[in-house]
Design a protein around this ligand. Structure first.
Ligand SMILES: Cc1cc2nc3c(=O)[nH]c(=O)nc-3n(C[C@H](O)[C@H](O)[C@H](O)COP(=O)(O)OP(=O)(O)OC[C@H]3O[C@@H](n4cnc5c(N)ncnc54)[C@H](O)[C@@H]3O)c2cc1C
Length: 335
């Protein structure tokens, strides 16, 4: 039986591991004891009902394979050394170690008490400063204003406009109008040092990628920012059986969970093709699209195929923060 090692159990890793569970011996290596649904992390800060729901157990993800709670410290084309001292051999490796952002944007399972403490601190705050006018800072502003309308919220960013990405002006205008209506102060062209003091400040920028675990045989794929160059089949250049997916990759597109999952689907199909001796498929980078909530009732969305959607449609799309699909993937669906 082919041994497949998936390193990292975020959105991409769980999708790839599950999709290959029936054709190979899959081992998913993940240091966290539970999957973190970080798409809903900012809602979990504002709404304590969500704070427990974003942590989902891995136990029922795989029927045949296994989830090993450990961290890969050195990965080569032949296998992985783990922090515990164990070593796992592999025929195929899928790297899916993602990216990190400061608390509370990408919280860890051990951050539960900190989430509750941040909720309490926000309840007592007069003025909150969010550094970064990208999707994260804007989404956080919406969550804070929905839960605590009287709290003064400022977003500061050295950039001249909100949101990176290739979005139409109509989309940015809708977001700016809604922020203004919520009373969020937007300070563009303003670095952290020039922003006014606040009771609480949160860094909402700067995803970091750690790929320092790559062995010498794989390290050539590392880019200066830690992300990995991949071929159109999502393999590391020069390696037939080592794939990389999700935020870890240098694929030229937005870094999103849905895209990490799209990579995982292509890689799962490519691994099946490798096993069957068939041709591999290419991944086509996705055009920029986003569903950006501003609290449970607002927000804006854009996708090239549908154009710009307003607050009601956006709130509808994100009403449950897509949690059902992860509960289902992890074997936790109710009923
Ligand atoms: C607030 C917020 C809201 C977002 N909302 C959306 C949204 O609505 N839609 C959307 O599509 N995207 C959204 N995103 C982006 C999305 O969260 C990321 O694109 C996604 O997490 C990437 O998935 P991934 O599988 O590549 O990596 P991650 O989810 O980062 O998972 C990586 C996993 O690898 C593990 N790991 C790390 N190092 C090692 C190691 N050495 N050994 C073993 N395991 C390791 C980590 O513990 C982690 O579990 C949002 C992001 C934020 C911050």
């Amino acid at each position: 039986m082919t041994e497949i090692l998936v390193i990292g159990g975020g959105y991409g890793g769980i999708t790839a591991a599950k999709a290959l569970d029936d054709v190979a011996d899959v081992t998913l290596v993940e240091p966290r004891e539970v999957f973190v649904h970080n798409v809903a992390a900012l809602r979990a800060v504002a709404d304590p009902d969500w704070a427990e729901r974003i942590f989902l157990p891995y136990d029922r993800l795989l029927s045949r394979g296994r989830v090993v709670r450990d961290r890969a410290v050195r990965v080569t084309a032949a296998g992985a050394d783990l922090a515990s001292g164990a070593h796992l051999d592999a025929d195929v490796i899928i790297l899916a170690t993602g990216s990190a952002m400061p608390f509370p944007v990408k919280p860890e399972p051990h951050d539960r008490d900190r989430l509750a403490a941040t909720h309490r601190a926000l309840s007592d705050a007069g003025h909150v400063l969010l550094l970064g006018a990208g999707a994260v800072g804007i989404e956080f502003a919406g969550e804070i204003k929905a839960a605590w309308p009287a709290v003064e919220v400022t977003i500061a960013d050295p950039a001249p406009d909100i949101l990176g990405g290739r979005f139409p002006d109509e989309f940015r205008a809708s977001v700016r109008e809604q922020l203004a209506a919520l009373g969020v102060r937007l300070l563009l062209g303003t670095g952290a040092g020039q922003a006014p003091a606040a009771d609480l400040t949160f860094a909402c920028y700067g995803a970091s990628v750690d790929s320092s675990y790559l062995g010498d045989d794989l390290a050539a794929a590392r880019q200066p920012d830690g992300r990995l160059a991949v071929t159109p089949q999502l393999r590391l250049p020069g390696h037939e059986r080592v794939f990389a997916i999700g935020d870890l990759t240098a694929v030229p597109e937005l870094k999103q969970a849905r895209l990490a999952q799209a990579h995982a689907e292509v890689v799962a199909a490519n691994v099946r093709a490798l096993l069957a001796g068939g041709p591999l498929a290419d991944y086509t980078p996705a055009p920029d699209a986003i569903v950006l909530p501003l609290g449970p009732k607002g927000g804006a969305s854009y996708a090239p195929e549908v154009g710009v959607l307003g607050p009601a449609e956006t709130a509808g799309i994100k009403a449950t923060m897509f949690i059902e699909s992860y509960e289902e993937m992890l074997g936790l669906a109710r009923g």
